[in-house]
Design a protein around this ligand. Structure first.
Ligand code: NAP
Length: 413
């Protein structure tokens, strides 16, 4: 008799519909009482897995997050993954929301990444700091409605305009912080994609706005000619790259820029503004040839490392990394550099932001809790600018491989 006797089993129809062997030898993962979040049940699940797979999970089990706190973040918990955490800085930011000097936590297994961001940050700080501004702050969800024909679909657009206040009331009845800004309609044949645009406060907001929009859509199907709808159409580009992300609307649109004197480019980045701009021009053409959406060197590196450290949903690196890096030589021969992230999804409440190390890292940045999401967005943008400068300079100066050889190799023993 194994742990399965204590499981909450799948419902009968799901089990009957499958092709389970008649002898019922499938070993389902133990769920235990109340979904098994108590520390002893997490431990028993891990022991069950050790027996199933004949391996030890000591590191997985060495987890300091109270297992009950994982409810709502993970199912079938067995412990925690550990990713090395480094710090890069100092990074001086003169933002609207982020002001002062920051030390940025970066969780990664890519050697040289922290050193590279650190080099960019020290350069920027010595140059007088980064300016950063938030232009748009909203998140979206885009259900698709199906109609009898093109005419009905066309008329639906006017219906949405006429009834916006009602739908706003329906949606906002489900949330204290979510605010429905507007609904944009895109007709395609006899379908209409409705882009529900929300302000989501300091939360990432996907759960919040999925619930709010579901409520509004129920009202729509009762009062319009829509035959049916699917709550997610894919148009929102949540967790996928697309051209539409470049015009914003999926998260926060944030820009960071800095003027770097010529002598600092030479002493700290080992190149010149002209070399950097030539590199930028050549690689931009190469990225265009590859049909890359946007243009940047390594947004995903800094985003993934900050997202893991700060409890963000790491899958949102995909939409957040669509953006543009720019290098220019000024009339005085200095370098102006900037990054623009049109669709950055970050949060300081909800999701994984309250869990153990994530909470500590957000506190390290002064970004834990309510009112801090715009500040976090500006810090992320300034951090990415540092990474773009350092990586761009390493390519321009020919030091890229040497840097990785020094810091970034970890061959098997
Ligand atoms: P959540 O953790 O599900 O909920 C956060 C809640 O915090 C909000 O709904 C809000 O309640 C409350 N809140 C308290 N103080 C707030 C403040 N200052 N600003 C904003 N909200 C505040 O988080 P979520 O952000 O809605 O969803 C994020 C999670 O959804 C992530 O973990 C992500 O992985 C996951 N996700 C969901 C979907 C989906 O389609 N459902 C898709 C992708 C990802 P009120 O609403 O009552 O104001």
């Amino acid at each position: 008799m194994n742990e399965l006797t204590e499981l909450e089993v799948e419902d009968e129809s799901a089990r009957d519909a499958g092709s389970a062997p008649a002898d019922n030898t499938i070993e389902l993962v133990p769920r235990f009482k109340d979904q098994g979040y108590a520390a002893d049940l997490v431990s028993r699940r891990r022991q069950w897995l050790e027996e199933q797979t004949d391996c030890r999970l000591d590191h997985v089990g060495a987890c300091s997050i109270p297992s009950e706190r994982m409810r709502g973040n993970i199912e079938n918990p067995i412990g925690a993954s550990q990713v090395p955490l480094g710090v890069a800085g100092p990074l001086l930011i003169n933002g609207e929301h982020a002001q002062g000097t920051f030390y940025v936590p970066l969780a990664t297994t890519e050697g040289v990444l922290v050193r590279s961001y650190e080099r960019g940050m020290v350069t920027l700080t010595r140059a007088g700091g980064v300016v950063s501004r938030l232009a748009l702050d909203e998140n979206r969800i885009c259900p698709v409605f199906v109609f009898e024909d093109v005419v009905e679909a066309h008329e639906f657009t006017q219906f949405i305009k006429d009834n916006l206040p009602v739908m706003r009331a329906e949606a906002e009845a489900t949330t204290r912080h979510g605010k429905l800004i507007d609904i944009d309609c895109h007709q395609i044949g006899r379908e209409v994609i409705a882009n529900f645009r929300y302000f989501t406060g300091d939360a990432h907001g996907m759960n919040m706005i999925a619930k709010a929009t579901d409520q509004a859509c129920k009202w729509i199907t009762q009062h319009s000619r829509a035959r049916h709808f699917y709550s997610l159409s894919g148009y929102s580009s949540e967790k996928r790259a697309s051209g539409v992300l470049l015009s914003g609307g999926k998260g926060k649109q944030v820009t960071a820029g800095a003027l770097i004197p010529r002598n600092l480019v030479r002493t700290h980045l080992h190149t010149t503004p002209e070399q950097l701009c030539d590199m930028w021009h050549r690689t931009m053409i190469a990225q265009l040839s590859a049909n890359v959406v946007g243009y940047n060197g390594q947004f995903a590196n800094g985003l993934a490392a900050m997202f893991i450290a700060c409890g963000q949903d790491v899958a949102n690196v995909v939409n957040s990394s669509v953006g543009v890096t720019d290098f220019e030589v000024t009339e005085r021969g200095d370098l102006y550099s900037s990054v623009t992230l049109p669709s950055l999804t970050v949060a300081t409440v909800g999701g994984g932001t309250a869990l153990g190390t994530a909470r500590e890292c957000l506190e390290m940045l002064g970004c834990a809790g309510a009112g801090q999401a715009p500040k976090l967005a500006e810090i992320v943008a300034a951090t990415l600018l540092a990474g773009e400068l350092s990586m761009g300079a390493a390519i321009a100066s020919g030091e890229y491989v040497a840097a990785h050889e020094t810091y970034g190799r970890n061959p098997p023993e």
